[in-house]
Design a protein around this ligand. Sequence first.
Ligand code: GDP
Ligand code: MG
Length: 222
Amino acid sequence: MQVDFHGREITVKLVYYGPALSGKTTNLQAIHQLVTAETAGRLMTLETRDDRTLFFDLLPLTFSGGKNLQVRFKLFTVPGQVMHNATRRLVLQGADGTAFIADSQKTETKANQQAFLNMRENLSENGIDPDSHPVVIQFNKRDLPGVRTDAEIDRMASKGREPVFKAVAIRGVGVIETFLGLTELTWRHLEAKHQLHEKFGLEPEEFLSTVRERLGIGRAAE
Ligand SMILES: Nc1nc2c(ncn2[C@@H]2O[C@H](COP(=O)(O)OP(=O)(O)O)[C@@H](O)[C@H]2O)c(=O)[nH]1
Ligand SMILES: [Mg+2]
């Protein structure tokens, strides 16, 4: 989190992590489409020829925190391929929260697990405790055949500490829910760490309902 007391601006960094081709970029594209231009800035996407992200994507979202305070979320994606670990580690630096985008296809189970372990390693490398870092998990591509069943995912969700969301990111399904889940978890974590309500008069529940409302309007305009 970056705080600009003068400009009264808080910037929160959220990272979409996961194996190659799980739908991280698609999540950002869907958010960009679903929220109003008032909230979303320009989506910056860098793609290589094989359609896999070379460096990262970035989507800025801005919300009013009241009392002349702006809250900016910077959403990043990482490149999933094994060879791009240095970039992944760099993008994860200073992350306040992470959405892990898993591919629901059974054939991708191992790739999901490896990427998840890699995320935890890179968090540690950046001096972030992976056990207390806010993480939500999205099982994407629910529309495809050969995916893990809802029951399987629900079972995993009940065992793990991370909130779990199901999505079809190419149709925008579950994307806003995942972002909201991540925002809530991250905001409560930041509040506990930095007492934002004391420093800025920004009540967590009030701010989160502002965000929810703003994104609800985005969806209604679909
Ligand atoms: N069937 C299906 N395809 C998806 C879904 N989400 C993403 N994709 C496709 O999966 C491929 C990789 O998506 P992308 O967002 O580039 O993956 P990234 O490498 O994680 O950024 C693209 O062809 C997407 O259109 C989904 O929910 N269902
Ligand atoms: Mg990508």
